[in-house]
Write a protein that binds this ligand. Structure first.
Ligand code: TXE
Length: 490
């Protein structure tokens, strides 16, 4: 089995214990991941703290930081094929999808490399004689980056690149279900030439590694992607020492289809929106809201597209639906299929483990659709994170908005219509961080991404994201020759 090391203070470190990572297509363990402890966390944070305050990194100017980020982007591009196949092996991702994703990921580093030397303070107008007042944006400190298993490199890149561009140092903890690609990326960080301690990687479990990392007194900020419950726990732990946080949490995003839409495009968009990555994306369009006048026709259309989806070996380039990433998640989805049954949901497609020959012993779930659902059902309210769609009818625009917004989450929504007024109206009324109109799953490092309501705090991607890793200092500089009466506020 393949084995990996932690990265602490620029050196590979072996942990005394390790745990197995399973290949979800083969259904067998394939790699040994180091099981770090609170001592490793402490060593990693101390290294990051030293690098921030004493090491050469503190003397790097923005241009130099940008150059290192560009170098890291280049290395990522050079090693994209290896990283892609690791993700397929470790996480059941499709090779075709990973190749596309990894060809894109270097751009994230180039984008923030370009932004590093555009962090500008300002000279502010002053209402006090002989005083200059200016602002500086300084790194927020040591950042703890905690990621989920569904897209390890992508979730890491959009935190790591702005954090390093801002001049922070970091300790990364990937999910215990998919740590291999992050550990491989760690070796590229060394190769790129970042000074020791600027980036550290510790792997292991939430309570053993995640909690001590979030609670560490020398960590100033936590950037987290994961489930709502863990997000709340992380927020509570961070609050104890008043750390800054950004949280990217779950969703139960609606795709809303009106009768005037191009229904063929809409059906394809809806199917890709929920079944891509086997539904294991925070932006999965897991609720399909359909106007009642086209309910039967459109449900059948979606069913027929979904029924034709190709399942099988994630290494085959024409596979469209791969296995569920890990056994725990597989069991969780199966529980939701039981819940749907006992709640009396009307099954239109799937609803069970896939036992097709091309799926072998892998952890596959059939693309599943429930018809004529109700927004109060658990399968319509809770994030399943699997290939499960629930169809909910509506009668008019206002009802569609009310149903869409009747959710604890507010990550994203899709709207399918050709009516310009409706597009503008819906985009204003939907309580979500991203609205897609006649498309779905379009994301870019150039565009802010994040959630309303329980879907998160703060934004990733785009220019705005870099300010989550900076803090503003206001500097007052007096040129007065006579010091005025210090007991009177100026
Ligand atoms: O996520 P967790 P998991 C959902 C999805 C899935 C469920 C559980 O529904 O079924 O979450 O997945 C670390 N302090 N999403 O277990 O638990 C943990 O080790 C600090 C939705 O992967 O949220 C991992 O690195 N850290 C989501 C990270 O937090 C802790 C994406 C996320 O773990 C910790 C992934 C603690 N006390 C899963 N406990 C989305 N919507 O994108 C755990 N961790």
């Amino acid at each position: 089995m393949k084995s990996y090391s932690l990265l602490i203070d620029g050196a590979p470190v072996t942990a005394q214990a390790s745990f197995e990572s399973e290949d979800p297509f083969q259904g067998k363990p394939w790699a040994l991941i180091p099981r770090a402890t609170a001592q490793h966390v402490d060593a990693a944070v101390e290294a990051a703290y030293r690098a921030l305050h004493q090491g050469p990194w503190s003397g790097f100017n923005a241009t130099q930081r940008g150059a290192l980020l560009r170098r890291l982007g280049d290395l990522l591009a050079e090693h994209s094929e290896t990283l892609a196949s690791t993700e397929v092996r470790d996480n059941g991702k499709l090779l075709s999808d990973m190749r596309k994703q990894l060809s894109y990921e270097p751009q994230v580093f180039y984008y923030y490399a370009g932004l590093a030397d555009k962090i500008e303070g300002s000279l502010l107008p002053s209402d006090k004689a002989d005083i200059l007042n200016f602002t500086r944006h300084e790194p927020v400190g040591v950042v703890a980056i905690i990621t989920a298993w569904n897209a390890p490199i992508n979730l890491l890149a959009k935190k790591l690149a702005p954090a390093l561009a801002a001049g922070c140092t970091v300790v990364v903890k990937p999910s215990e279900h998919a740590s291999a690609s992050t550990l491989e990326l760690a070796t590229l960080i060394e190769k790129a030439g970042f000074p020791n301690g600027v980036v550290n990687v510790v792997t292991g479990f939430g309570d053993e590694v995640g909690s001590p990392l979030v609670s560490h007194s020398k960590v100033s900020k936590v950037a987290f992607t994961g489930s709502e419950n863990t997000g709340k726990r992380v927020y509570e732990l961070a609050a104890r020492s008043l750390k800054k946080v950004t949280l990217e949490l779950g969703g139960k995003s609606p795709n809303i289809v009106f009768p005037d839409a191009n229904l063929e495009n809409a059906a394809n968009g809806v199917v890709a929106g929920v079944f891509a990555a086997s539904g294991q994306t925070c932006i999965a369009g897991a609720r399909l809201l359909v106007h009642r006048s086209i309910l039967e026709e459109f449900s059948e259309r979606v069913k027929s597209v979904a029924a034709g989806v190709r399942m099988g070996n994630p290494m085959d380039l024409d596979t469209e639906l791969g296995p569920i990433a890990n056994r725990q998640q597989f069991e969780k989805i199966r529980q939701y299929l039981d819940i749907a049954r006992s709640d009396g949901a009307e099954l239109l497609l799937g609803g069970k483990r896939a036992e097709r020959p091309e799926c072998g012993d892998g952890l596959f779930i059939e693309p599943t659709i429930y018809a004529r659902g109700d927004n109060q059902m658990r399968i319509a309210r809770e994030e399943i994170f699997g290939p499960v769609l629930v169809i909910i009818p509506f009668d008019d625009d206002e009802q569609a908005i009310a149903i869409a917004n009747d959710s604890p989450y507010g990550l994203a929504a899709g709207v399918w219509t050709n009516d310009m007024r409706r597009m503008v109206h819906m985009s204003g009324k939907l309580q979500v961080g991203t609205v897609w109109i006649n498309t779905y799953r379009a994301v870019s490092f150039m565009s802010p991404f994040g959630g309303y309501k329980a879907s998160g705090i703060g934004r990733e991607n785009g220019r705005e994201a870099i300010y989550a890793y900076l803090q503003t200092k206001s500097v007052w500089l007096s040129t007065a020759t006579n010091v005025p009466n210090p007991f009177i506020m100026r």
